[in-house]
Design a protein around this ligand. Structure first.
Ligand code: BGC
Length: 856
């Protein structure tokens, strides 16, 4: 819809100055009626005059959210409240929606145009639900494969993130919806995310963790930023002067709204004076009680409050929020066109990692019987868990996607292969039930509340408030009698806030808990039992959480994989095992394991043993452990979380209707231990500090602050692998196609002035027999650098779509930043003149074509 359509002669008179200024400016608004207009003297004058009409109390009221997902209104100046929604894969919070390939899947598509297109649709979906703020994109660096929210974020590479975040934001904001880049900053783990202090040096911050935020602000002109939960170098993000005032609002000139993550604020004066504009979801700290006193005693200036309110009002004027309804009936709540866009996103992201003997693409005419097996085959797994989890309209599962593509002539057999986790919890027969004792202390002292439960599945104890100051301890005691001799799996599931402690013993022996078992993936252990043997299980938990989910159960391992799964695998021409994570096993609030969820390795092995034509599809936010079975299966397809059309996309790729074109946006490690961050992932032992927090009107709370030292520094993902000369299982940027491509040697000028833009050009040819897309990747190496730098860094890429035999010429321009490093002593970007090597290829490891250049 164009602007002209929306403005009638009558409505012009009721339009605010912002809109009139926009009409006069013409530019952005001419392209779309919805897009925000740039700031202008007229908008500034109007915003100032509106703020001047508010009392201090009214201004303070605007600094905190309300009703979970709204800003406060200021009726005195006609400012309505603004509605928010989470947004990583679809417009969450307000009912069902179209779920697109989001986060890491979108990054695997390496397509700025696709990012723009899908996010325009997301913006329209938001308007159709009256949403003013979309709480995304998340752009934290995927530093470790176990980090629970990688699926919402983009990649391990700052350049790829910085490139994709711009069209992402432009797409959303072009529809008159504010995008919110999050979580600022260095929130690359979920483990203890509320309390942990991330210790990171400035060079690593600038080169790895900040570029996507910088691009979001300086190139994408994002109008909201969300601070993270964690502390950065000992200071909470929401009161971090360096990040918020010096960098974001100072160096990058961010003119709009800096909001907190939900309950991530810890200090009234600290937050008010260090850049936080909006405390979400409610003003626990930036409220009248705290701020009126602070203004009165001079610790917070009224002008500081005014600046925050101005940012909200200015942004609202620029978006025309005061002049038009946010609900736009021109945008469909459900649209078939959006389904096509969601499908495009999934198709472009699916990444083929293994295709031995060219098993794929399958010929639909030759597949008479297909076995589709595994917990991720049905229902569709569209996204991970937590605040991003959108309820998708009509999601297509892998099972239904394949069946739809093959049509009625093909015999489709399905088995989940494994029981549901909750069925194991529910079906475990505990002798005499599970005894539960809840103590009013953190050390199992005091008089407990007790109960006996028949089984233990998803226990949740509701407590007041988002977080309770006083710890309490829970003990579950149960006995299990083995009916048969053999191996038994004991499974447990925890979900809690970081910092809670869980322990389990069997017959007094503690079960080994790797540190990452706070993840939602149920940890499991094997017990060897005799027929009739009884074991005593004790599980303990010390927590401050508002609710604790704890479940446990025992199952007989030889009966874990269903007989049907083995049978149908053996009968079929080809078997697909859909494995990986789901919203129940990978999501916000905790990290996940590197190993696949329980039973899946054994399931893949069993199917592969029954059928040599076994294809594995994986769902998840990044790498996972494939060692137990990779050598036994000929084909592997990574689907990330492909959104609601994922099943159709998988079918189209497996049967060659679409040539796979996704490229890994993260290095795919063999093991979690070999990931460069593994040694530095958890807090330094014995380095905890205490934090005393006083929330206005509530008793003070002492928090324990663990410290995580990012001593892997710049060596994140492929930077580590290429610098050390070692190799992950599959490198960053890798992905197979059904065709082949060739590149010519890149042409670069022999010399150039430091700071000038350097063009690099080369040809890409499709040398195979089918159409396909290749992502040409350009890495820069600085061998003559005086400071230690990663061996190579991605500084350009281009997705090229080619018919068989076709060649396209690609030119990529390298700006000054492409050659720069952050000079820690001078606190600025610098270039070391001298020799640079330009490497071009199809992954971070396969760059056979090089050219040299000297910067003077
Ligand atoms: C998440 C944010 C999210 C917010 C609102 C928080 O728990 O960390 O990413 O936007 O909730 O749902």
């Amino acid at each position: 819809m164009t602007n002209t359509k929306r403005i009638t002669s009558q409505s012009v008179f009721s339009f605010g100055i912002a809109s009139l200024a926009a009409i006069l400016l013409g530019c952005t608004l001419a392209a779309s009626a919805q897009a925000p207009v740039p700031d202008s003297p007229a908008i500034e004058a109007k915003a100032h005059s509106m703020v001047a009409k508010l009392t201090l109390e009214q201004k303070i009221e605007l600094l905190g959210g309300m009703d979970g997902m709204f800003t406060h209104a200021a009726p005195a100046i006609g400012l309505p409240r603004f509605k928010m929604s989470d947004a990583s894969v679809g417009v969450r919070t307000w009912g069902p929606t179209t779920a697109y390939a989001g986060g890491v899947a979108l990054a695997a598509a390496w397509g700025p145009a696709l990012a723009r297109k899908t996010r325009e649709s997301l913006g329209k979906d938001a308007r159709a639900r009256s949403v003013n703020f979309l709480l995304g994109p998340g752009v934290n660096i995927a530093r470790s494969p176990i980090a629970g929210r990688n699926f919402e974020y983009l990649s391990e590479d700052p350049y790829l993130n910085a490139t994709l975040v711009v069209p992402f934001i432009e797409g959303v904001q072009s529809q008159g919806v504010i995008a919110t880049v999050k979580h600022y900053a260095v929130n690359s783990q979920e483990y203890n995310r509320h309390n942990v202090s991330t210790e990171v040096d400035e060079r690593t911050l600038r080169e790895i963790y900040l570029p996507a935020f910088e691009a979001a602000v300086t190139k994408g002109h994002v109008d909201a930023v969300m601070n993270s939960y964690n502390l950065i170098n000992d200071v909470h993000a929401t009161q971090n002067e360096f990040l918020n005032l010096k960098v974001l609002k100072g160096e990058w000139g961010f003119p709009s709204i800096l909001m907190s993550d939900w309950d991530a604020t810890y200090d009234t004066v600290g937050a008010a004076n260090n850049g936080l504009d909006l405390e979400m979801p409610s003003p626990r700290f930036m409220n009248a009680k705290g701020l009126l006193a602070a203004v009165k005693d001079g610790t917070v200036k009224e002008s500081t409050i005014d600046d925050k309110v101005l940012r909200l009002v200015r942004t609202a004027l620029r978006y025309g929020f005061l002049d038009r309804p946010q609900f736009d009936p021109a945008d469909s709540t459900y649209s078939v066109a959006d389904r096509a866009i969601a499908l495009e996103g999934a198709l472009e992201s699916l990444t083929l990692l293994k295709n031995e003997g060219h098993l794929l693409p399958l010929d639909p005419a030759k597949v008479k019987t297909i076995a589709i097996i595994g917990p991720n085959a049905y229902p569709a797994v569209t996204g991970g868990g937590g605040s991003s989890q959108a309820q998708a309209f009509e999601p297509v599962s892998i099972l239904t996607g394949i069946a739809n593509l093959l049509g009625p002539g093909t015999h489709v057999l399905y088995s989940r292969g494994l029981p549901e986790m909750n069925d194991i919890f529910r079906n475990t027969h505990w002798e005499g039930g599970v005894k539960m004792a809840i103590f009013p202390s953190g050390d199992f002292t005091g008089t407990p509340e007790t109960a006996t439960l028949p089984t233990l599945g998803e226990f949740q104890r509701e407590r007041r408030g988002p977080r309770d100051e006083t710890p309490h301890s829970i003990r579950y005691t149960a006995s299990y009698k083995a009916a048969k001799a053999g191996k038994y799996l004991i499974l447990a599931a925890f979900q809690s806030w970081g910092g809670d402690q869980f322990t389990m013993t069997v017959d007094g022996k503690q079960l080994a808990m790797p540190p990452h078992v706070e993840g939602q993936v149920p940890p499991f252990w094997t017990l060897d039992l005799n027929a009739g043997q009884t074991v005593n299980v004790v599980a303990e938990c010390v927590t401050r959480s508002p609710g604790v989910r704890f479940s446990m159960g025992i199952t007989y391992e030889p009966e874990l994989i269903s007989a049907e799964a083995r049978e149908i695998a053996a009968k079929a021409d080809v078997a697909v095992v859909a494995a990986g994570f789901t919203s129940a096993t990978e999501g916000e609030g905790s990290d996940r394991t590197f190993a696949l969820p329980w039973g899946q390795d054994a399931l893949i092995e069993a199917v592969a043993a029954a059928n040599p034509h076994t294809i594995v599809t994986l769902t998840g936010g990044g790498g996972m452990d494939t060692r137990p079975w990779l050598g036994k299966v000929p084909a592997l397809l990574h689907t990330y979380y492909p959104g609601q059309e994922g099943g159709t996309a998988v079918a189209e790729v497996l049967f060659g209707k679409h040539n796979p074109e996704g490229k890994l946006p993260v290095s795919f490690d063999r093991s979690w231990e070999e990931n460069p961050s593994a040694a530095y992932y958890y807090p330094v032992k014995g380095a905890d500090t205490a934090l005393h927090v006083t929330e206005p009107g509530r008793p003070p709370v002492d928090y324990v602050i663990p410290h995580v030292k990012y001593d892997d520094g710049l060596m994140v993902g492929y930077r580590y692998w290429t610098t050390t000369g070692k190799h992950p299982l599959y490198p960053f940027g890798f992905g197979l196609s059904y065709t082949t491509f060739s590149f010519t040697k890149p042409a670069v000028p022999a010399t150039a002035a430091s700071g000038s833009t350097v063009p690099v050009s080369f040809d890409v040819t499709n040398t195979g027999k089918v159409a396909g897309a290749e992502v040409a990747q350009l890495y820069v190496s600085d061998p003559s650098s005086k400071v230690k730098r990663p061996e190579r860094e991605l500084k350009g890429f281009k997705k090229v779509r080619l018919a068989p035999g076709e060649t396209k010429h690609v030119t990529l321009n390298l700006d000054a930043r492409a050659f720069s490093y952050w000079d820690a002593a001078a606190h600025k970007w610098s270039i070391n003149p001298g020799k640079f090597v330009i490497l071009v290829g199809d992954s971070s490891e396969n760059t056979p074509l090089k050219a040299e250049l000297t910067l003077k």
